[in-house]
Write a protein that binds this ligand. Structure first.
Ligand code: SF4
Ligand code: SF4
Length: 455
């Protein structure tokens, strides 16, 4: 029986998940594909890195797809499995387990028992005050490392370690770094689970996404017996109905980090950590019975059927995610080798020899990792020539270059006696000294004055 009870406990699986999440979050900034991070939003470099592809700020047409995908994924996850993120992978929950359970309870003995989270340490004792200071100092060091980890998603680790050697030149980095550290200490040490209950925006919206088939922490009132009435008023500590299995030990209530009684039904405060389920598994295990609190859907408790994972809502979210993800892949495959913006200047200039000139400003950006010489050509009209710039120009890696461009023609391209003629241009800009083709194509227009002789 003891073996069976151990197998049914969730805490080991939860700790493994915490370990995997921590390792992943810590390592992701160091994993590079083609020299780019898996995820980086760098305001310094004005770049977004996504799965090893670097996008310049001017290429952020992917952002709407990413945001829609992120929201759809959150909606899907919440509809399917409620607040599973909160209990199993949220850094706030992981930090609370590290600080409250490992540091304060197991290592320092500041809290008496892990099984009773309602009991706060007696801070009138001098020894407890010392322990509290020690726990704060240790957690502050951990928070500093965690805040650095968060920064690496915005400042690449190699830049981060360079910048912190020159604090005066990178004041903002230090302000954010220390700000995140202090916020983390405040949330984990002082605000505690109140953050999950009152401050986290996700907890505010998740309840509207639930339905009766959503997996959550559910008390089996059919076996255990009703403890609260329909208005949420507690009827008794131990259900007095005939055959009610709940012993009224309240092990599930005492262990709950958000201080709720799950026997009351689904509550916003529940972070799905399943500590109450483990507590009940131990109590009921001694009686040779199954836990009264499980990770299942209210509907499956009601009709004793398996959880319905695939239903209209969840299938709808999967389809929507596939559509948006395909759009994201399609758009990211259109990523260009370099960037070029073309702006036409004044209408046109007519020289004494009849030559007609049009001016433009070409804004080039070398998005490659090394410097190249760039130039361009008019592809679709041999009559239109380049006057300026007369030769290729060098652009360093990641840098921009603004070029005043003058195109001219000595041919008579007028098609009308009264109106200007708009001649479409197809421009190909390219790196002249690259082995691989680095090129972009742009459209513009050359304007030619009216020719009275056409009357
Ligand atoms: S731990 Fe189980 S038996 Fe004890 S009060 Fe909670 S639900 Fe009832
Ligand atoms: S009710 Fe259970 S699952 Fe919900 S927060 Fe409390 S202990 Fe965790």
């Amino acid at each position: 029986m003891v073996e069976n009870v151990k197998e049914r406990l969730y805490f080991k699986r939860r700790y493994v998940m915490y370990g995997i999440t921590t390792i992943l979050l810590f390592c992701i900034p160091f994993i590079k594909i083609n020299g780019n991070q898996i995820f980086l939003l760098s305001f310094d470099r004005k770049q977004l890195h996504l799965l090893g592809v670097a996008f310049d700020m001017q290429e952020l047409y992917l952002m709407p797809f990413l945001l829609i995908l992120m929201f759809l994924a959150i909606f899907f996850m919440t509809t399917l499995a409620g607040r599973v993120w909160c209990g199993w992978a949220c850094p706030q929950t992981i930090f609370r387990v590290l600080y409250r359970d490992l540091l304060e309870t197991k290592i320092l003995g500041l809290r008496k028992r892990m099984e009773n989270r309602q009991l706060e340490p007696d801070m009138s004792l001098g020894s407890n005050k010392v322990k509290k200071v020690i726990s704060l100092v240790i957690f502050a060091c951990l928070a500093l490392v965690a805040a650095s980890n968060l920064m690496w998603y915005f400042v690449p680790p190699e830049d981060f370690f360079n910048y912190i050697q020159n604090p005066l030149e990178h004041k903002y980095l230090f302000i954010f770094w220390l700000g995140f550290t202090i916020a983390l200490i405040a949330i984990v040490v002082f605000i505690k689970e109140n953050f999950c209950i009152y401050m986290c925006p996700y907890s505010r919206v998740q309840s509207v996404l639930y339905d009766n088939d959503t997996i959550m922490t559910v008390y089996d009132y059919k076996r255990g017996g009703e403890v609260f009435d329909a208005k949420g008023i507690k009827l008794w500590k131990k259900p007095e109905a005939l055959n009610a299995e709940c012993t009224g030990c309240e092990a599930c209530v005492k262990i709950c980090p958000t201080h709720i009684d799950i026997r009351k039904g689904m509550q916003l405060e529940c972070i799905n950590c399943l500590e109450c389920s483990d507590a009940c598994t131990k109590v009921m295990g001694k009686l040779g019975k199954m836990t009264l609190i499980s990770w299942t859907s209210p509907q499956s408790i009601e009709d004793r059927q398996k959880v319905r994972y695939m239903r209209f809502k969840t299938i709808g979210y999967i389809v929507a995610m596939v559509v948006v993800f395909s759009g994201l892949l399609m758009m990211s495959s259109k990523k260009e080798d370099m960037l070029l913006n073309i702006n036409r200047q004044e209408l046109y200039t007519i020289r004494d020899n009849g030559r007609v000139e049009n001016s433009y400003v070409f804004l080039f950006q070398n998005t490659q990792k090394q410097a190249y010489d760039f130039y361009f050509e008019v592809q679709n009209n041999a009559e239109i020539q380049i006057k300026r710039p007369s030769k290729p120009f060098r652009i360093e890696a990641g840098e921009k270059s603004k070029q005043v461009v003058v195109l001219y023609t000595e041919a008579n391209l007028a098609k009308d006696a009264q109106k200007d003629t708009h001649i479409p241009l197809e421009i190909r800009a390219y790196a002249v000294d690259s082995q691989e083709p680095i090129e972009v194509f742009r459209k513009s227009v050359f304007i030619y004055p009216p020719n009275k002789s056409l009357h």
